[in-house]
Design a protein around this ligand. Structure first.
Ligand code: PEP
Ligand code: MG
Length: 360
């Protein structure tokens, strides 16, 4: 089954990469805007076969490895420290010298077969960093696996669902404990850059405080949109409210870009919307230079952003940020970006097109 999926992924990657792409071996073209400003396009991965696609599509690293899929594969208990270390090291070696960001377990009890919590609203419940801090032994084992794999030299660690700085402090205390333990045992304990997912509105509002504690920031727009709009991303009845172009979402992103720039913190967008060329232009215009997305989207985004100068993107983003509704942003953005990029972008319009209500 895995081999079949891997084959399919490669074929799709070859097609997505176009002539001289995957078929001719890994693409290594550095991404840049039309005026030569460097961009970093990385891959979001969760399953082993996606690694092949990430390499084939020329990803400059894994911007987000969703480690919970390792945990879901273990219906009884958690993957051992050794098992995790082996997977993380394999990823690191495959992507070397590019970085690989391991996001610590981002799941709620409902996905882990734990019966500890009874919640009718799991996405606001005990999940992500909140759950890891409860399941201390499992969290310690995951941190140890990440630190040990860190000796490969290109591993990063990212904390999901952070809403208060105390969560970072507690994770850092555990990280220090793990490192001290390894050093006592005479084992290497490489320093691993620590990133924080910005995907909860509270995190956007206290961003300066969180950023001071982090080596880098990852913006989880999938969750940020659902939490800002209070619209469950998995509920079709409120799908019409999950609007990436809503002014509140753009205001959050504008603030994140501004704070990260002012504080000199590397920041990357990890939500799937960065694979939409219209949205990617907005992001570049706001100041983001690192985008992480599903691997197969990378070649098209590289091509589209290569057609736009930072100055044009900035002009588009500045204007978009002044508009009052997602509909207005859409009506402005689509013709404006289509005019800048001489590629047919019409297949990407639907993904960002807002509707006026659930019955439209
Ligand atoms: C996000 O929330 O945007 C994100 C990248 O993480 P996930 O989709 O796994 O929640
Ligand atoms: Mg998320």
């Amino acid at each position: 089954e895995n081999a079949r999926r891997q084959k399919e992924a490669l074929a799709a990657a070859a097609e997505a990469a176009g002539p001289g792409g995957a078929a001719a071996g890994p693409v290594e073209t550095a991404a840049a805007t039309a005026d030569g400003v460097a961009l970093s396009l990385r891959a979001n991965t969760e399953l082993p076969h996606e690694l092949t696609a990430a390499i084939a599509c020329g990803a400059e690293g894994i911007g987000l490895y969703r480690s919970e899929f390792l945990f879901f594969a273990h219906p009884h208990g958690f993957p051992s420290m050794e098992e995790q270390q082996s997977v993380y090291s394999t990823l690191a070696r495959a992507m070397s010298p590019h970085p690989v960001a391991i996001r610590t377990l981002d799941a709620g009890t409902e996905r882990l077969g734990e019966s500890g919590e009874c919640s009718t609203n799991p996405s606001m419940g005990l999940r992500g960093i909140r759950l890891s801090l409860e399941l201390r032994d499992a969290f310690r084992a995951q941190i140890e696996a990440i630190v040990r794999a860190g000796s490969e030299g290109n591993i990063e660690m990212v904390l999901p669902m952070v809403s208060t700085v105390e969560e970072i402090w507690q994770a850092k205390d555990l990280l220090a404990e793990v490192r001290a333990g390894l050093e006592r045992a005479g084992l290497p304990a490489a320093p691993v850059p620590l990133g924080v997912m910005i995907e909860v509105p509270a995190a956007v509002l206290v961003l300066e405080t969180l950023a001071r504690e982090a080596d880098f920031l990852c913006v989880g727009t999938n969750d940020l949109i659902q939490y800002v709009m209070a619209a469950d991303r998995g509920n079709p009845a409120v799908a019409y409210l999950c609007q990436p172009l809503h002014p509140s979402v753009l205001a959050c992103l504008g603030r994140i870009a501004e704070v990260a720039g002012r504080m000199g913190k590397p920041v990357r967008i990890c939500g799937e919307i960065s694979s939409n060329p219209f949205f990617a232009v907005l992001l570049v215009g706001m100041g983001f230079r690192q985008l992480s997305m599903t691997p197969l989207a990378i070649p098209a985004i590289r091509r589209a952003l290569g057609e736009v100068s930072v100055e044009d993107a900035r002009r588009v983003a500045e204007r978009a940020l002044t508009l009052a509704t997602a509909g207005e942003v859409y009506a402005y953005l689509v013709p404006e970006v289509s005019h800048l990029i001489p590629i047919d972008l019409s297949p990407y319009e639907k993904e960002i097109r807002p509707t006026n209500g659930r019955h439209e």
